[in-house]
Design a protein around this ligand. Structure first.
Ligand code: ZN
Ligand code: ZN
Ligand code: ZN
Ligand code: ZN
Length: 505
């Protein structure tokens, strides 16, 4: 794989190492790949005024998201340079962007294929090989104006659909059942929340390249996200610490051990990271040395080497206020939990409100649908009852006719049998006389008892149909034998159309 030399591009400006921007990008990669074995090697900010103006014009007010795009997966044969200079091509199909977890092929080295969707976006490229199993990847971080998304089950489905005018993008459903994946291969790592949303945009102006990064995955790096194993079962990640037992335990063992008897149930347990005298971790500048202090001015952990010979040994930094690392840590934990609520961004608040409102609307739609169904069923039941009564009436007329016809036949048969059984044995003259009489009787029967053709109508038909009327006076009607015309598409933002029905015809 040829790597593109980002710094040569006029549209890309290198990001300074260890700057907040750099840290943000690296952290985003750690979170996306759920591993700390990733090191950012280079990052360039794509500074293309024209593209960002076009993006802002198109996506103003739309929901926007950040998505990583592996350079090896850029569609339509475009190069990174091409995209940074001229933007994306969307074709008629559009470009797919994946939000959430990235599944790098080298995260697992046993060569088994794990399927992509249950663990996030399965990156196809294995990256460029480096010594010792390390790999170098090239990704583009993009901003995507997703706006309102039309949900589809498969990407292929979206390819053949026209995007309905109320929507800005497609969202492809990815197995929501697997949002919580237990990581059985790495028992020391917590079950991770896997997120995988795929958005497809048709308008190239809805995607903007913002950073080009090269990062390295190194399987030899310590996995800081690994948790120690449970002291009891030794299989699962320990999450709690019990001071009385001086043991770290996984949740199932904690429950089992501490519900065994009353005494044990009184043990005070704390979350693992709050255990007193836990390991402190090493100094970022002096690996192997424990960082026991924290500089409140540099916002950096400091070890004894730093104080004796390093960055806090001389000059102005020598007088920086240092506090115990544990104290700083406890302070930060307290702050993070107490501000967890107030840190909710405005956007989250708005989104939570929207979710609540949409829930209400969905409930309203469901209720209106229920009322509609109930109403239709009531009408149908009434119609069925009336139909049954009419049918009974008709049937009773037919039945009467049928019985009458049978009676006529019986009568003829009865007369004929009299002829056969008795009259036939009369002496011939009497027989001849009787025969004339019999014929006359038959004639009479024929003339008088002639069954009239059915007096009732033989069939009930359904005429007309149901008309559904929405709040905004759209009418959807069904013909008696046909099917209901297309259901109204919900228009977001507006209150749900209440649907009434009218029995027509
Ligand atoms: Zn356990
Ligand atoms: Zn205990
Ligand atoms: Zn300092
Ligand atoms: Zn140090």
């Amino acid at each position: 794989m040829e790597l593109h030399q980002a710094p040569d591009q006029p549209f890309a400006v290198p990001v300074t190492r260890r700057s907040p921007e750099w840290g943000w990008l690296e952290y985003l990669l750690h979170a996306s790949c759920s591993t700390y074995r990733i090191r950012l090697r280079s990052a360039c900010s794509v500074a293309n005024k024209r593209l960002s103006l076009e993006f802002d014009a198109r996506c103003k007010g739309l929901l926007q998201l950040h998505a990583w795009l592996p350079v090896a997966e850029i569609p339509f044969g475009q190069t990174v340079e091409d995209i940074c200079r001229n933007g994306f091509k969307a074709g008629h199909v559009g470009v797919s962007f994946h939000v959430g977890n990235l599944q790098l092929p080298s995260l697992y080295d046993d060569g088994r294929d794990r399927g992509g969707n249950d663990r996030g976006h399965n990156v196809k490229s294995r990256g460029r090989s480096l010594p010792a199993g390390r790999r170098l990847y090239e990704f583009l971080l993009c901003r995507v104006g997703a706006g309102r998304s039309y949900l589809v089950d498969k990407a292929a489905q979206a390819e053949s659909l026209a995007l309905p005018p109320e929507f800005d993008s497609f969202c492809v459903r990815h197995s929501p059942a697997n949002e919580q994946v237990v990581n059985e291969e790495f028992p020391g790592v917590l079950p991770r929340h896997v997120l995988h949303h795929e958005y497809m945009v048709r308008d190239p102006a809805q995607a903007l390249p913002v950073y080009l990064v090269h990062f390295e995955f190194d399987p030899e790096m310590p996995e800081l996200l690994n948790l120690p194993l449970c002291d009891s079962c030794g299989l699962q990640a320990a999450l709690v610490y019990c001071q009385a037992d001086d043991a770290i335990l996984c949740r199932p063992c904690d429950t089992r051990i501490h519900s065994a008897n009353k005494l044990a149930s009184r043990h005070i347990r704390v979350e693992l990271n709050r255990r007193p005298n836990g390991p402190l971790g090493s100094c970022p500048d002096h690996s192997g040395a424990e960082a026991d202090m924290y500089c409140t001015e540099c916002k950096l952990p400091v070890c004894q080497h730093c104080r004796k010979l390093g960055n806090h040994s001389a000059g102005e930094a020598k007088n920086h206020r240092l506090i115990g690392l544990r104290e700083a840590y406890q302070h930060a934990l307290k702050e993070s939990s107490s501000t967890a609520n107030s840190m909710l961004s405005e956007r989250q608040r708005v989104e939570q409100q929207q979710v609540a409102q949409l829930d209400q609307r969905l409930v309203a739609v469901q209720e209106s649908t229920q009322a509609l169904e109930d109403g239709i069923y009531d009408q149908v039941q009434l119609a069925v009852k009336q139909g049954q009564a009419l049918a009974e009436e008709q049937a009773s007329l037919f039945m009467a006719d049928e019985l009458e016809a049978k009676r006529q036949l019986e009568q003829v048969a009865w007369m004929d049998s009299f002829m056969e059984d008795h009259v036939k044995n009369l002496p011939p003259p009497d027989y001849l006389n009787a025969w004339l009489l019999h014929a006359k009787v038959r004639e009479d029967v024929n003339q008088l008892g002639r069954l009239q053709q059915a007096r009732a109508s033989a069939m009930l038909r359904l005429e007309g149909g149901l008309r559904l009327v929405t709040d905004d006076s759209k009418v959807y009607s069904s013909e008696a034998a046909g099917t209901m015309t297309a259901a109204p598409r919900p228009r977001g933002g507006k209150s749900p159309p209440k649907t009434r029905f009218l029995l027509d015809g």
